[in-house]
Structures are given as C-alpha cells and as structure tokens.
Design a protein around this ligand. Structure first.
Ligand code: CS2
Length: 448
C-alpha cells in the first residue's frame, strides 16, 4: 500500500477547507498529497466542519490519516493520504478556525459545502440569515484580521458543482460583506481572488461493508476510509492571489477559461446522474450502474448527453464531447462502486437549475426539443411528490416542504407551472411551453 511521499510532521498548514467530506478526501486532498510528494511545500489542509462533528470524529483520532481505496472491475488499490492535518468544528472551535484562516501561512481556502452551503435565495441572491450560520462570518472575520495584520490576501476556491462557482462565491461573499463589513470590500477586491474550478471524481458515501472489507484487508479499522473510481479531473482557473500547491504537476489543469469544462461536466455528467437517479429510482433500481444498464434508461441518458446537453456547449479546443459522453457511460457502468441513486437524488432543487434548466433554456433558444430532460423533470417531480418515499424515506431537499405544498395545492394539472413557471419555485430562463408541459404531464401520468 502506498504511503505519503513527504515528511508530514515537518509540513505546515497552507490550506483551510470547508466541508471535508468523502469527495474532498478522494479528490483535492489526493492531489495535494501528491503535489507535496512531487514538489514539497507547506500545504497540509486544515478541515473545517460547520456543524457536524462526524468527520472530525473519524479523522482526528487517526491524526488526519485515512485510506483511499480506488475501485474498478479490475480490483481495489489502496493508498494512505497524509495531506489532512486535522478537522475543526466551527460551532465549538470558532476561534481556532478564524486563527487558521487568518494565519500568514494560509494562502488558499477551498470549499465543498454543496450547492445549498452557499445560502442563496431562490433568485440567487444571498440569504443573510442562512449565511450568518454558514462559512461567511468566519471568512469575513479572518479577512478583517488579515487586512489588519498584513497577512495578505487569499485565494478563495470554490470546488462545488455550481455554474461559474468562483464568480458566484465572489458575488455572494461581497454581498455578505456589504451587509456586515462593508469597510472590507475594497481590500478584498484588491487582494483576494476567486478562481472558477471544475472538480470531478465519483465518490459514493462510504458504507459499513466497505469499512469491514478494508479492515479485513488492512488489519486495522479506518474510520476515515474513502472509496472512489480511478478517474479524476480538476480544472482550475489560473487566478491565484498568492502561492499554491504544485497541483499542475500531478494532473490538475490550470487554465485561462474553465467554463467549457465546467458546463460540460454539469450538463453532461451531473445532468445524466440526476436523470439516472430519479428515473432509476422510479424503475426500482438502487445503484447508478444498474440504472445505466437498464435498456430503457440508457438511451435516455445518451440522448440527454449527446443530443440535448452537448450541442449547447461551446467546446474548448481539443475538448471532444462525444468521447466525453462515451467515457461517462463507462464510468457510470463501473460495477465496483455501488454508487447509490438516492445519494444523487438529494437536494434536487439546488442541483437541477445548472444540470437541466440551463440546457433546456439553451435548446429553447435554438428551437430544439429536449424529450430526455423533460422525462427526467417528470421523474424528479414524482420524487418530490414522495413516490419513492416508501422505499427510500422522506424527500431530502431544503425545499421539500415548499415542493410538497405545491403538489398539494396544484396537483398534476398545475405542478409544472407552480414549479417552473415565471413565478414558480424554480423560476429560471426556461419557462415551459405548452408542448413541454404536455410532455411532462404524459410522463407524470394522471394518477391524482
Ligand atoms: C453527483 C455528484 O451526488 C451528485 O449529485 O452527481 O456528486 C457527482 O458524483 C460528482 O460531481 C462527480 O464528480
């Protein structure tokens, strides 16, 4: 088994990361681990959990070390990742978090707080009440200290599946400062950067069975174990405020323009994932590899990727979207991952705007129909109505109650307008036409 290729006891913390879940441990921390082995540097990561003590409880007793198990049909390869120093819990250790963010050794702050962690209202603006309980006050306080001490600016790097994630983070943080610390705005604009990035690696939630299998193979229990696929991609906009790890030496792509990669990933990979999740659950499947192997669903996700999403993307030179779709189908079919559809199905109200609605709007402009996405939209509406609840439990979405109320008030006849219409819960640039509504209506059936 591979071990960290550098002296982690001598290295210092250079990155603070919000939301050190399974994804980051299999992605960013893995890149940073290899970047330190390749080029050295003080780039250990300090993880911050906003509310849940779980990740700290897993990693801190293990000194931040954990195993990354890379799984494919060919077997499992394991390596120990040493890039995480420790994990702090913001609610209990606020001062330690702010001190780390304000420390002169810290140059990069990274985020995987999920779509809802940015605390946006339905119109995209900042929800100040939610933001006050999120990462915003911690970052704002630390930036004020950095200004006061001359510690310098920060690179604030969003690694979440949001369109234009860096620009969104910048806009939202500036909005927060406008409300709470307006004096800082000019300094932040001059000294901090917010690169956009596209992150990609499929990382299912680690199960008890995986931990047991690893314990049998390793002879020790690893509470921080993470399981992932062989594939990984990280494209980062070249807009750093100061030093950074040598991520480009270990496969990350540092580019001038992230948008083509990010759009392709969100609309093709994530768009197909969400379609597989809602359509797959309704068809009785549990895992992504089962859903993509279903002869009725496979053409649906192929159509979604190749005929509906790909034509809306202005590809970068050398970016081949048809081959990208081929590779995605192969990744989805990985039988060793056991990626649960219900994991992808959570938080749909936060995910589908950038995964489906943007594609629908772009096709509308060109007068093209999107039968695959409309089928998926119907499956999502059924999901939030509770059609999968008997088997999978209640709907896990911050807007579940509003969506349930819309179903109760409008039923099949009115749900499309209530959710996607100009005043709907998920109003966007895509306003369903009569044809769209009819198509979704057919897929919904007339059961109510
Ligand atoms: C998935 C993503 O859960 C989900 O919504 O679509 O987590 C997906 O696995 C990653 O973005 C892959 O990089």
């Amino acid at each position: 088994m591979a071990l960290p290729g550098y002296d982690r006891t001598a290295a210092r913390v250079g990155i603070v990361h919000f939301g050190l879940g399974a994804f980051t441990r299999a992605h960013q921390a893995w890149y940073t681990d290899r970047a330190m082995a390749a080029a050295g540097g003080n780039w250990l990561t300090l993880g911050v959990s906003l509310r849940s003590p779980e990740v700290g409880a897993q990693l801190n007793p293990q000194d931040g070390l954990y195993t990354l198990a890379v799984r494919s049909g060919a077997g499992t390869e394991r390596q120990v990742i040493g890039a995480v120093r420790k994990v702090l819990l913001a609610t209990a250790e606020r001062e330690a978090v702010v001190t780390a963010l304000a420390h002169a050794d810290t140059h990069v702050v990274t985020f995987t707080v999920t779509e809802k962690g940015y605390c946006r209202k339905a119109d995209g603006s900042l929800d100040l009440t939610l933001a006050d309980a999120g990462f915003y006050p911690l970052v704002a306080e630390a930036l004020a200290r950095r200004q006061a001490t001359g510690a310098g600016g920060l690179t604030l790097l969003s690694c979440d599946n949001l369109a234009d994630n860096g620009h969104q983070l910048r806009r939202l943080l500036l909005e927060y400062l406008g409300e709470r610390r307006a004096m800082l705005i000019g300094w932040v604009e001059r000294h901090c950067t917010f690169p956009c990035s596209m992150v990609d690696r499929i990382v299912p939630a680690t199960t008890a069975e995986e931990r047991a299998a690893a314990a049998a193979a390793l002879g020790l229990e690893d509470h921080g174990l993470v399981v992932t696929e062989p594939f990984s991609q990280w494209v980062i906009e070249d807009a750093f405020a100061g030093p950074r790890p040598a991520w480009e030496q270990v496969g990350a792509e540092i580019v001038a323009e992230v948008a083509p990669y990010e759009t392709a990933k969100l609309r093709m990979l994530n768009g197909a994932h969400s379609a597989l999740a809602y359509c797959g659950l309704l068809a009785g499947h549990s895992f992504v590899h089962e859903a993509v192997g279903d002869p009725l669903l496979r053409p649906l996700v192929e159509g979604l990727m190749r005929e509906e999403a790909a034509p809306t993307i202005a590809a970068a030179p050398g970016q081949d979207l048809d081959r990208y779709a081929d590779a995605l189908l192969e990744r989805f079919a990985n039988p060793a991952l056991n990626h649960k559809l219900i994991q992808i199905a959570m938080d749909g109200s936060q995910k589908i705007p950038q995964r489906w609605l943007a594609t629908l709007a772009a096709n509308r402009q060109r007068g093209r129909a999107c039968p695959a996405i409309l089928t998926a939209v119907a499956a999502w509406l059924r999901h939030v109505r509770g059609d999968n609840a008997a088997r999978w439990g209640s709907v896990d979405d911050p807007r579940a109650a509003e969506l349930a109320a819309a179903w109760a008030a409008h039923g099949t006849a009115g749900i499309v307008a209530a959710v996607f219409g100009p005043d709907g819960l998920l109003a966007s640039d895509w306003v369903p036409s009569a044809d769209d509504s009819a198509m979704i209506g057919v897929a919904l059936g007339d059961e109510d």
